[in-house]
Design a protein around this ligand. Structure first.
Ligand code: ISJ
Length: 375
């Protein structure tokens, strides 16, 4: 299918008020869409289903929504990308108000106080910013995200009874292929001035280390060969983050994948450490509902065909292509929800004992530009 036809087909689905998701994985060109054939709200039960999952931050308030492979039509196209990422200059120049700034600073101050009172070591605090839209078509925003963020998981997700979300996230929650897994620990933020060879302060190193340690501790119960990579600086749009990859092979008897997933989610990259008291603080003090922001989304138990390598000795093996299941879930960051004529942009950052509230505010302003710049 041509890219033009692809966008026309999802526009049609949107106009018919039927659910769909369109997405492109990081550093690839193929864009995929699942077009659900009814407007039923379908939910994930045990994570053995096949399809696309879209889960909220707080699983006690809402279930993970599923667009099942069997009840959807799959279409795809090649989203031709230029060698370099494009940069948009947005027409939307609404800035957050002084009141919003003050509110966020007070929220961070109360988070730092709780850390000093030893309630938890880290908490991720966020806010929602509203921007009035000129352009209303989600397809136009999707096209711009695809052009601007080649290294991100870019998506547009729509359900007429739930809402319309778009984003370009730099963060993988978990990838599983067969029994091989990899989990990303991503935290620590600074603005990108071109170079990735930068110096990180202890505050950022610590907040990212908490995430790595949390993930490694959880996976320790599910794998006997965990490998932890070196920590690198990575670029995501206008930002730099610290990233470590944790990988290995899952034990044969891990029990339920759902259990593993909900022990990981939400990780301290979006919630805090320890998980329970920091989550409670977020739910009590943020004064708005995160909904699907900092939840997770992606492919669940999709099938890839693996062909044996075709060296001369393997000629007789060529016919035996194997179907292997894979799951690739991402954390829903750098995202927005579109409601009426408004874009609701969600941004947050990790707070530790040494956080400076004004700087935490600035970090959320920088993060909001990922979405604001394409509006
Ligand atoms: C919470 C967000 O991002 C997360 C928090 C980060 C941080 O605190 O430095 C960095 C990357 C993400 O893990 C967000 O983008 O809203």
């Amino acid at each position: 299918m041509t890219l033009d036809d692809f966008f026309k087909r999802i526009q049609q689905q949107y106009e018919n008020k039927l659910p769909f998701v369109a997405y492109r994985k990081p550093n690839t060109t193929k864009i995929v869409a699942l077009l659900q054939n009814s407007d039923d709200i379908l939910t994930v039960q045990d994570f053995n289903e096949q399809g696309f999952v879209f889960a909220p931050f707080d699983n006690s308030k809402g279930e993970a929504i599923l667009m099942p492979l069997k009840q959807s039509k799959t279409i795809f196209a090649d989203s031709v990308v230029a060698g370099t990422e494009k940069t948009y200059l947005s027409a939307a120049n609404n800035n957050a108000s002084i009141a919003e700034r003050q509110q966020h600073i007070e929220l961070v101050e109360s988070g730092v106080n709780e850390i000093k009172n030893k309630q938890f070591k880290k908490v991720v605090l966020s806010r929602k910013e509203e921007v009035t839209l000129q352009e209303r078509s989600p397809i136009v925003f999707l096209e711009r995200l695809l052009e601007c963020y080649i290294g991100a998981f870019v998506y547009c997700w729509y359900h007429p009874k739930i809402g319309l979300w778009l984003g370009a996230t730099p963060e993988t929650l978990i990838k599983i292929e067969g029994r091989k897994f990899s989990v990303m620990s991503l935290a620590g933020t600074q603005g990108c001035k071109g170079d990735v060879d930068v110096v990180w302060e202890d505050k950022e190193k610590n907040e990212q280390r908490y995430v790595t340690e949390f993930i490694t501790n959880i996976l320790d119960g599910f794998s006997k060969d965990i490998k932890v990579s070196d920590t690198q600086t990575v670029k995501a749009g206008n930002l730099l983050h610290l990233r470590t990859q944790i990988s290995g092979t899952l034990n044969e008897d891990i029990g339920s994948f759902k259990q593993l997933l909900y022990r990981l989610h939400p990780t301290p990259a979006v919630c805090g450490l320890p998980k329970e008291p920091s989550k409670e603080f977020i739910l009590k003090n943020e004064h708005y509902s995160r909904e699907f922001y900092s939840g997770f989304l992606g492919e669940l138990n999709m099938e890839t065909t693996v062909r044996p390598r075709t060296g001369k000795r393997n000629v007789e093996n060529r016919a035996y292509a194997l179907n292997r299941k894979h799951t690739q879930l991402y954390v829903n960051l750098r995202c927005m929800q579109i409601k009426n004529k408004e874009a609701l942009i969600y941004v947050g950052g990790g707070i530790t004992e040494s956080s400076i509230p004004e700087r935490e505010w600035e970090e959320t302003v920088l993060k909001s530009l990922v979405i604001k710049s394409i509006l």
